[in-house]
Design a protein around this ligand. Structure first.
Ligand SMILES: [Zn+2]
Length: 590
């Protein structure tokens, strides 16, 4: 199985394969133009270093395909060294954005850029297009996409699940790195590069990094190279090397020579993702949705344990185990990161560790606990039984829980369940979400002794998995507050045939409800009971309006109002209605 987002059981993208207009800007689409296209393509790169190297990937790809086009790139001067390396571009610097070191800069550097682009486009309407900007697609959350994936899909670029940041490296970077390694006595590929600097709210503490450095040294004989700024202070740990105040090119050179990377939700992690480095990214801030901003690499684990704990900082033990995992499995890391049985994607998130075993999580919220310890001696059946790490599973708040199919005789594995559903004689299936966390956990027997993984389901995972079996959500019910939630699914074909099959579905989400007119709307753009909130519904309305999907915007706005009645949701319902009426009149007048 590949990690492509085009898995059969993910909803189809809402964005059609033709030209789109976003906030009045015509967007580029690769299918509409031949190699000879010679117009202007505008790039408004996001302000961060990570945004830049992600944007470079799309720029690099389009430069290769459309050699006669003009590439006009708005960028942040802080990343000048890399921007100028992209070649064949007209660079325009927007005002420098707020910086964690200086504390200075603007919050919205793009206003002037948009005005200028608008003017220039008006004078060449058929030759000028926006190719990169922060156009948030309304269905990107449901599809679990990063910004890079969502933007490339919008303009028709298909990286087949292999999108990666792009780092323009030069020979001198490598030469610098080799000199540096010689001076410090470091060996190529046998040291860890650590990037512990970011905004204060994204930092993992100095003390924890210090413990990680010692663990790397003692357990894996790996010396740590710290890339940061003098503000971080010096480290005295055995084997440690500090490299402060380097240029971006020099950091790139050192990354290309390192064996392992550990960083935060910040620029260097995206730079590291451009190489095939085993890497671990530590998420501390709960603010951002980690799947959206993750550094795109098939060799990365993202530790997000802080999302479910009092303490925002993931524990040192979890990070150390995640680091050990990527280092020990570096030869075949892609195969070792478990695949999610619900949606088919690799589970790149780490929610915790119990001794040497990691709790992985997929973008869809499915948790996979994988026993990695090899048994020291052959185990009897009953010993294996007692070895099942059910009690090790960490508990999930909200509506993520083990599932029990109430009309089946305790299936022993997910495979059994799939086989049963495949027989085709079931028209409806009811799934009970056990909120007490005490029910059985479905496991898959992989025939590898005790290494069978154990799953803990999220609502999204359940709906995706049932869809794979050919069932769609019909209704959700809780008889009383103490009882479990019942999810009733029906055979897809039956719902299609059913007259007026639009009975409303109430889906528990965080501490309230989504009331949808149809269960199959879920995961079209509504998603992520864990990482989303009701205010995100308004975000969907905004982006639908920006794209001119006015009918859909009114529908979602109404869902948002019913989910949470607030001045904000009402205001957006009003706006959506207004656009629908005004723009419909405009179209009919033309
Ligand atoms: Zn999944």
């Amino acid at each position: 199985m590949t990690e492509s987002l085009d898995q059969g059981n993910l909803p189809l993208p809402m964005i059609p394969q033709n030209r789109l207009v976003w906030n009045g800007f015509p967007l580029f689409h690769v299918d509409r133009f031949g190699k000879e296209f010679s117009g202007s393509l505008y790039f408004v790169l996001g302000q961060g270093l990570g945004d830049h190297v992600n944007g470079f990937r799309i720029l690099h790809e389009l430069q290769g395909r459309f050699s006669g086009a003009q590439f006009i790139v708005y960028a942040d001067k802080r990343w000048e060294e890399l921007v100028l390396r992209m070649g064949r571009i007209e660079v325009r610097w927007y005002p420098t954005a707020l910086d964690p070191r200086s504390g200075k800069g603007t919050n919205d550097p793009y206003v002037q850029a948009h005005e200028t682009i608008r003017k220039e486009m008006t004078s060449h309407p058929e030759e000028a297009f926006l190719a990169y900007d922060h156009f948030p697609m309304p269905d990107r959350h449901a599809r679990g996409e990063t910004t890079l994936e969502a933007i490339s899909r919008t303009i028709g670029l298909d990286f087949r699940g292999k999108a990666r940041p792009f780092l323009p490296v030069e020979e001198k970077d490598g030469a610098f790195a080799d000199r540096f390694l010689r001076e410090k006595g470091l060996e190529r590929g046998a040291f860890a590069l650590l990037a512990p600097f970011s905004w204060p709210n994204k930092r993992w503490s100095r003390e924890r990094f210090s413990l990680l450095i010692d663990a790397l040294y003692q357990k894996h004989k790996l010396r740590s190279l710290l890339v940061a700024y003098p503000e971080l202070g010096s480290f005295e740990n055995p084997g440690v090397v500090m490299a402060y105040d380097l240029s971006l090119g020099q950091i790139g050179g050192l990354l290309s020579r390192s064996g392992l990377f550990v960083g935060l939700d910040s620029g260097p992690s995206h730079m590291a993702a451009a190489f095939d480095l085993p890497m671990v990214v530590i998420f501390v801030e709960r603010h951002t949705i980690p799947f959206e901003v993750r550094a795109l690499s098939p060799f990365a684990l993202h530790v997000v344990e802080g999302f479910e704990r009092q303490d925002r900082e993931p524990p040192t033990e979890t990070v150390c185990e995640a680091v050990s995992f990527v280092w020990q499995n570096r030869k075949n890391l892609k195969e070792e990161i478990p695949l999610c049985p619900a949606c088919g994607r690799a589970a790149h998130y780490v929610m915790g560790a119990i001794s040497e075993d990691l709790d992985f999580m997929c973008v869809c919220g499915m948790k996979i606990h994988s026993e990695r310890r090899e048994p020291k001696f052959p185990l009897s059946a009953s010993q294996k039984e007692s070895f099942l790490p059910v009690s090790h599973l960490i508990t999930m708040p909200s509506f993520s829980a083990p599932i029990i199919l109430s009309d089946m005789n305790s299936p022993s594995s997910l495979g059994d369940l799939e086989a049963d559903l495949e027989k085709g004689d079931r028209e409806t299936v009811e799934v009970r979400m056990d909120l007490e966390e005490s029910g059985p956990v479905l496991s898959v027997n992989t025939g590898k002794g005790v290494s069978a993984p154990f799953f803990r389901w999220s609502q999204d995972a359940l709906i995706l998995w049932m869809r794979k079996q050919g069932f769609v959500l019909k209704w959700v019910e809780q008889k009383s507050e103490r009882e479990d939630w019942i999810y009733r699914f029906v055979k897809d074909k039956d719902e299609m045939q059913e007259q007026g099959g639009n009975s409303p579905v109430r889906i528990p989400w965080s501490d309230g409800f989504l009331r949808l007119s149809n269960g199959s709307d879920y995961l079209r753009w509504y998603s992520f009971e864990k990482w989303s909130s009701f205010s995100d519904l308004v975000g969907i309305v905004k982006s639908l309006s920006a794209l001119g999907y006015d009918r859909e915007a009114v529908e979602v706005a109404w869902v948002a109002v019913r989910a949470k009645l607030s001045s904000r949701s009402l205001r957006w319902f009003g706006k959506a209605l207004y656009y629908r009426v005004v723009r419909r009149q405009q179209t009919s007048c033309m």
